[in-house]
Design a protein around this ligand. Structure first.
Ligand code: C5P
Length: 222
């Protein structure tokens, strides 16, 4: 394999309701992080997996993942971006492709990890999986009055893993001042092209209580 996958898993996950760090919430009896790492490890291109865990859980996460796959576990930071930066610091210079993958996208198929890595290998410095937007999207003012309807055909809902040439991701993080919700945003700010490849419904982000119910149903489908 020629790919490192960073898995930021240090978030509190408050939108899921009370119950501890989101990556450690159970889905069909196993933490989301276990589901996610198992699928990452099943992708043939993957040589190294680095997980950013909640600082208080680093040892517990090491023990949790030891039977799942060989992983490096570091303490995450206060913001997702910092968690990613700390994980990135563990990637040796000879690995040329780095993917960043949220633990919350626990059911992401290994095929999607491969297709993102392949697009980077084919020469794209930054690659993100994306799906068309299904809802009509409105722009509103602070009082919730509609300002207009956005042309849905030019919008994409983006997922992880997001894939990068190692040097491009490192440079984007080094230059990052503001906190963005995804790594491709940092690369965009740095003026580099980012391209989309088809995403997967299975790569949905488990964020709200309903998502856990949907994810459990998807798992039961096999
Ligand atoms: O909160 P959100 O769903 O956007 O988090 C996306 C991913 O980033 C999750 O896997 C979460 O654990 C991770 N994260 C992190 N460190 C933080 C905040 C979020 O690793 N400080």
């Amino acid at each position: 394999g020629d790919v490192a996958v960073l898995v930021p898993a240090a978030g509190a996950g408050l939108r899921l309701g009370p119950g501890g760090p989101k990556a450690l919430r159970l889905l069909a009896g196993e933490p989301l992080l276990v589901h996610a790492v198992r699928r990452v490890a099943a992708a043939p291109s993957v040589r190294l997996i680095v997980v950013a865990a909640p600082a208080a859980e680093v040892e517990a996460v090491r023990e949790l993942l030891a039977p799942v796959a060989p992983v490096t576990v570091v303490a995450g930071g206060a913001e997702r971006q910092e968690s990613v930066a700390r994980a990135l610091a563990q990637v040796p210079a000879d690995i040329e492709i780095v993917l960043v993958h949220d633990a919350a996208r626990a059911l992401t198929p290994p095929d999607l990890i491969e297709s993102v890595a392949a697009a980077v290998r084919d020469g794209h410095p930054a690659v993100i999986p994306a799906l068309p937007v299904v809802d009509t999207i409105k722009e509103v003012d602070p009082g919730e009055t509609v300002l207009g309807t956005v042309d849905r055909s030019v919008l994409r809902s983006v997922q992880t893993p997001q894939g990068f040439r190692h040097d491009v991701l490192a440079a984007a993080h080094a230059a990052a001042a503001d906190h963005l919700t995804d790594d491709a945003g940092l690369v965009e700010k740095a003026g580099r092209p980012v391209i989309c490849v088809p995403g997967s419904e299975l790569a949905m982000k488990i964020t709200r209580p309903l998502d856990l119910i949907l994810a459990e149903a998807l798992l039961n489908l096999g």
